[in-house]
Design a protein. Structure first.
Length: 155
């Protein structure tokens, strides 16, 4: 995930620093998210989707079109997520272990998740050393009658 994250980050970073149809700089937001998705063409492989969040108030008519064809604008539907926060510098090994433990905890509480929709969220600049914040997120599968929010973290 580390090399993938770096490549994905820089493509998106170029977009927000002006490599877009309007040559406009866009404020960088947190978290920076990496979705880990199943690859339909290669079942044993995963796809990584790297995302920044754009404030719709900054672009009432929509954000500028990216110049790079690998970068695209995607509106995400509102949903509930189960979030687990952890500190320090994260990498693929640490993320996988945090996700494994968190998934076990959710399962033992009887909470339903979409295990194919796992997300990493990072909140800090690479040069920040102390008090770093990372998250493992799983999309929540809620019962239609569910009103319980004690375990839900809406992002």
């Amino acid at each position: 995930m580390d090399d993938v994250s770096s490549a994905g980050f820089w493509k998106n970073y170029r977009y927000i620093t002006g490599s877009n149809a309007e040559n406009r700089t866009i404020a960088m937001t947190t978290p920076v998210a990496v979705d880990i998705l199943p690859d339909a063409k290669q079942p044993l492989m995963k796809l990584f989707r790297f995302s920044f969040f754009v404030d719709p108030k900054q672009f009432p008519k929509g954000p500028p079109k990216p110049n790079d064809k690998a970068v695209y604008i995607r509106q995400e539907p509102e949903r509930y997520w189960y979030a687990h926060k952890y500190g320090g510098f994260s990498n693929d090994r640490i993320f996988k272990e945090e996700a494994r433990v968190f998934q076990f905890q959710l399962n033992s509480l009887g909470l339903k998740i979409d295990p194919e929709g796992i997300r990493f969220a990072g909140y800090d600049a690479p040069f920040k050393v102390f008090n770093r914040r990372n998250e493992v997120l799983f999309p929540a599968i809620l019962n239609k009658n569910s009103t319980s929010a004690q375990h839900e973290d809406k992002h």
